[in-house]
Design a protein around this ligand. Structure first.
Ligand SMILES: C[S@@+](CC[C@H](N)C(=O)[O-])C[C@H]1O[C@@H](n2cnc3c(N)ncnc32)[C@H](O)[C@@H]1O
Length: 282
């Protein structure tokens, strides 16, 4: 992260949407998004989900913040019937084009709407076996309790949430002020629950890209807020895992390994990702 930062969230939705719209064109060609397996009919998820998700064959899946639909379509290739939602018109246009190209348009529907408008935009309460949320999703949302309520609302009783994302404790560190050994230095408090507006023209999936829409607003939601929000919304936690790797180069010191994820160069120093499964109580 670089440039000016502030604690105001003014214009968060427009700023973030402009940035995500711009990233779609970059990501469709980016090394961080290899679409070859998807085009060959064998779309890959990242190492963590591949190990944990299990079969989705025959399930109705809602993929929240689906970006341009690569993971959504990989789930459709595995036999799921999927709905993807994202607030970026560019992402949804690309997702629909990809679905048509791959012959998956009958199994994959994409909806352009803000996460908080999802109940009106999809209007299928309690219709899904699985809500799927992954990688770089909840940090863009101001209200984590409302997010959890929306997740619960879409699940059938007994349906489950699968969630894999950056670990909130990793967001308190940043490469802006590295330690002498290259590890990231201190950046942002964990428990403040304040927005962070920052400007960073770099993109996580293409190191050569420079964004014109480089100002974003994000939120660090403590792990306890995520888990308690889900429990209060009517879900039971089945398990929660912490991981010392994640699918993008969050810090320069991380190294890419054969599993495709980025790891600490030596000892696992700090959790980089968290995943959980939670089931809607009946
Ligand atoms: C990091 S991407 C998710 C990436 C996805 N896991 C993948 O690897 O393809 C975050 C997505 O969240 C979407 N997003 C951010 N804020 C949103 C909001 N308020 N409502 C709906 N979508 C939002 C962005 O448009 C973007 O596509």
């Amino acid at each position: 992260m670089s440039g000016n930062t502030s604690r105001d969230s003014e214009g968060w939705r427009e700023l973030n949407r402009a940035s995500w719209d711009e990233r779609v064109g970059i990501h469709l060609k980016a090394p961080g998004y290899d679409l070859a397996p998807l085009r060959a009919g064998r779309g890959q998820l990242n190492a963590v989900e591949e190990a944990e998700l299990g079969s989705v064959d025959g399930l109705r899946v809602l993929h929240l913040q689906c970006h341009f639909g690569a993971d959504t379509l990989a789930l459709a290739q595995r036999g799921a019937s999927v709905v993807g939602l994202d607030f970026s018109p560019a992402a949804i246009t690309a997702a629909n084009a990809l679905a048509r190209e791959l012959g998956l348009a009958d199994r994959a529907r994409f909806v352009c709407a803000d996460l908080y408008d999802a109940p009106q935009a999809i209007a299928e309460p309690a219709a899904f076996d699985l809500v799927y949320v992954s990688w770089g999703a909840t940090c863009w949302l101001p209200d984590i309790r409302r997010w959890a309520e929306i997740v619960a609302q879409f699940l059938k009783p007994g349906g489950r949430l699968y969630y894999a994302d950056a670990h909130p404790t990793a967001y308190i560190f940043d490469d802006f002020a590295p330690e002498p050994d290259g590890r990231p230095g201190w950046f942002s408090p964990y428990l403040e629950r304040q927005p962070l507006k920052y400007t960073d023209p770099n993109d996580y999936a293409d190191p050569t890209a420079r964004l014109e829409n480089a100002t974003n607003v994000g939120w660090l939601h403590p792990l306890s807020d995520i888990v308690t929000g889900l429990i209060d919304a009517g879900l039971s936690l089945d398990w929660l895992h912490e991981h010392a790797s994640l699918p993008w180069r969050m810090f320069k010191v991380l190294e890419k390994r054969d599993d495709g994820d980025w790891h600490w160069p030596d000892r696992p120093w700090l959790p980089l990702a968290v995943s959980l499964k939670a089931t809607r109580r009946r």
